[in-house]
Design a protein around this ligand. Structure first.
Ligand code: UTP
Length: 293
C-alpha cells in the first residue's frame, strides 16, 4: 500500500513576464478566472484530491497570496455588520485549516526544479503532489479533477505519476514531452522524458501538463541538477534523474487544462468557467453574440 499523499507543493515564485504590466504588482496566480483567483481554483483541485497541507514556494511581491489564505478581519467584520452573511460564510468556508499552509521563499526564480527543491524541508520524507498554479483544470466526464486522477493512479502503481495531455505535434517543442512504454489505456509506463525538444524531435505528442505525484528522493537529485532548457533548473531534468531508479507512470487525464500563463489560455479559461455557471452562462452567450462570436 503506497504512502498517502498529504502535501502539495505550489510554486508561485515566477515573474509572470507574459502578463506584464498586470503582473508588475499583482502575482499572476492572483489574476481571476471569473471571480476566483487562479490559485484558488488550483487549491480547490488539491483539496478535492485529499491534500491536507499546502506548501507555497513564493518570491518577492507575492505577500498578497499569504493574505488570501488567512482571515481578513476588517472585511469579515464589515460583512457581518452589513448583514452580508452569505458572502461572509463563503469566505470562511473556504479558509484552509489553521496551520495547513506553509510558505517558503525561492529568493530568485532559477527555474521550476529549483522552486520545488525549496520545499524540501517542509515536505520531508514523504511522497507529495506538485500543482503548477498557472494550469487550471476542469473535470471531464469522470467528474474528478486532474490531481485526483493522479492520486488514483498512484494508488494503483505507486512510485511517481505525471499527468499528460495530447497536443498537436507542431506544438510539442514548447513543453516537456514523455514517451510511452507499457500501456494500460488511461495510464502507462513512462520510458523517457525531455524538456522542450527541438522541433520535429519529440518522442510523442503527450506533454507534461502540470500535475505530479513525486517521491521525496527527487530533492537530492534536484540539488545537483545543472541548468537546462532556457538556462533554468528544470523539474523534468530532475525527474529524468529519478527515473533511473524509480518507476514513472503517465495519466492521460479526463478533463481539460487551460494554460493561464498565456493570454489565450487565460481568456479561454474565463469563458469556459463562466459558461459552467448557470447565473452567468446565458448573459455571457448573449454578449458573445453581440461581439459576433
Ligand atoms: P512559468 O515559466 O510558466 O512561469 O512557470 P513564469 O516564469 O512566472 O511566467 P512567464 O514565462 O515569465 O510569463 C510555471 C510555474 O512555475 C513557477 C511559476 O510561478 C509558475 O507558476 N516558477 C517558475 C517558480 O515558482 N519559480 C521559477 O523559478 C520558475
Amino acid at each position: 500500500m503506497p504512502k498517502r499523499i498529504r502535501k502539495a507543493v505550489l510554486p508561485v515564485a515566477g515573474l509572470g513576464t507574459r502578463f506584464l504590466p498586470a503582473t508588475k504588482t499583482v502575482p499572476k496566480e492572483m489574476l481571476t478566472v471569473v471571480d476566483r483567483p487562479i490559485l484558488q481554483h488550483v487549491v480547490d483541485e488539491a483539496m478535492a484530491a485529499g491534500i491536507e497541507h499546502f506548501v507555497f514556494v513564493t518570491g518577492r511581491n507575492k505577500a498578497v497570496i499569504e493574505d488570501h489564505f488567512d482571515n481578513a478581519y476588517e472585511l469579515e467584520d464589515t460583512l457581518r455588520r452589513r448583514g452580508k452573511t452569505k458572502e461572509l460564510q463563503a469566505l470562511l468556508d473556504e479558509l484552509p485549516d489553521p496551520g495547513a499552509c506553509s510558505f517558503t521563499r525561492q529568493q530568485a526564480p532559477l527555474g521550476l526544479g529549483h522552486a520545488i527543491w525549496c520545499a524540501r524541508e517542509i515536505v520531508g520524507d514523504e511522497p507529495f503532489a506538485v500543482l503548477l498554479p498557472d494550469m487550471v483544470t476542469m473535470a471531464g466526464t469522470a467528474k474528478t479533477r486532474c490531481l485526483a486522477q493522479c492520486v488514483e493512479a498512484y494508488g494503483k502503481h505507486g512510485g511517481n505519476i505525471i499527468a499528460v495531455e495530447e497536443v498537436a505535434p507542431e506544438e510539442t517543442h514548447q513543453y516537456g514531452v514523455v514517451s510511452v512504454g507499457k500501456d494500460f489505456g488511461r495510464d502507462f509506463e513512462i520510458t523517457s522524458m525531455i524538456e522542450k525538444p527541438p522541433k520535429g524531435t519529440a518522442p510523442s505528442n503527450l506533454i507534461i501538463s502540470g500535475r505530479y505525484v513525486l517521491q521525496p528522493e527527487i530533492f537530492a537529485i534536484l540539488e545537483n541538477v545543472e541548468k537546462g532548457a532556457g538556462g533554468e533548473i528544470q523539474l523534468t531534468d530532475g525527474m529524468k534523474g529519478l527515473a533511473a531508479s524509480q518507476a514513472f507512470h503517465g495519466v492521460r487525464f479526463d478533463g481539460r487544462t487551460y494554460d493561464c500563463g498565456s493570454k489565450i489560455g487565460f481568456l479561454t479559461a474565463n469563458l469556459a468557467f463562466a459558461l459552467e455557471r448557470p447565473e452567468l452562462a446565458e448573459a455571457l452567450r448573449a454578449e458573445a453574440r453581440k461581439l459576433g462570436l
